[in-house]
Design a protein around this ligand. Structure first.
Ligand code: DX5
Ligand code: ZN
Length: 226
């Protein structure tokens, strides 16, 4: 079984004290830092870019999980890798050819993630699941933190997890958006193992919130961890 991993999203952090917030999630037991990159085109918002990834790289050894919500990921893969990303996730719905983006991320030395919006059919990404390390299933519409989990996501996560298991693929299933103590249990139950949480971690005491979620992830861990 894959390890359950908590990936706090710094979109909800106080960027004036970002270094301290990252130290807090380290103490709280997080393993990844999820960094949302938005271009104002693929999604309406703007957020972080390459300099933020470089700055975060300097203050932590946690894995940097970069989520590109941008129309042309290919153009920026190398820059994010050089800035210190450990994993780069692009959107299947972006304008670049998925095979090319996968190849570019692989060549950059980063783990390869592919993401789908809530309205994209899970079957559409089956042909890529043996070529990527992680499938990110958006559980809200990408672009904003603090939204409510879309209930239909549960079936989609189960569908992807069942396909991965049936085909003995080595692919993590990450979920992103609307995570609470309740929804985390639901998504893990159906097969997600990497949990992105923004508001749930950074609203209030980030260290204490991380500990609470790590405890849930440990309790719900399925089977023996490989
Ligand atoms: C949304 C981003 C998320 C966001 C999640 O487009 O991809 O990572 O930060 O925020 P919460 O956990 O508040 O729903
Ligand atoms: Zn994200």
């Amino acid at each position: 079984m894959k390890h359950n991993i908590l990936a706090p999203s710094i979109l909800a952090a106080d960027c004036a004290v970002l270094g301290e917030q990252i130290k807090a999630i380290e103490r709280g037991g997080a393993k990844y830092v999820h960094i949302d990159v938005m271009d104002g085109v693929f999604v309406p918002s703007l957020s972080f870019g390459i300099p933020v990834v470089s700055s975060v790289r300097k203050v932590t050894d946690l894995k940097l999980d970069v989520h590109l919500m941008i129309i042309r990921p290919l153009k920026y893969v190398r820059s994010f890798a050089e800035a210190g990303a450990d994993g780069i996730t692009f959107h299947y719905e972006s304008e670049d050819d998925p095979e090319e983006v996968i190849r570019a991320i692989r060549e950059s030395g980063c783990k390869v993630g592919m993401s789908i919006r809530p309205d994209t059919r899970v079957e559409d990404v089956y042909p890529y699941l043996d070529k990527i390390d992680m499938l990110l299933i958006m559980t809200v519409q990408p672009g904003f933190g603090g939204q409510t989990y879309i209930r239909e996501s549960t079936m989609r996560i189960a569908q992807a997890a069942n396909y991965v298991a049936a085909n003995k693929l080595d692919c993590d299933i990450e979920v992103d958006g609307g995570m609470t103590a309740d929804t985390v249990r639901i998504v893990i139950e159906v097969g997600a193992n990497v949990i992105v949480a923004g508001s749930a971690i950074f609203k209030g005491d980030a260290e204490a919130n991380c500990k609470k979620y790590v405890a849930i992830l440990d309790q719900t861990q399925k089977g023996e961890v490989l």
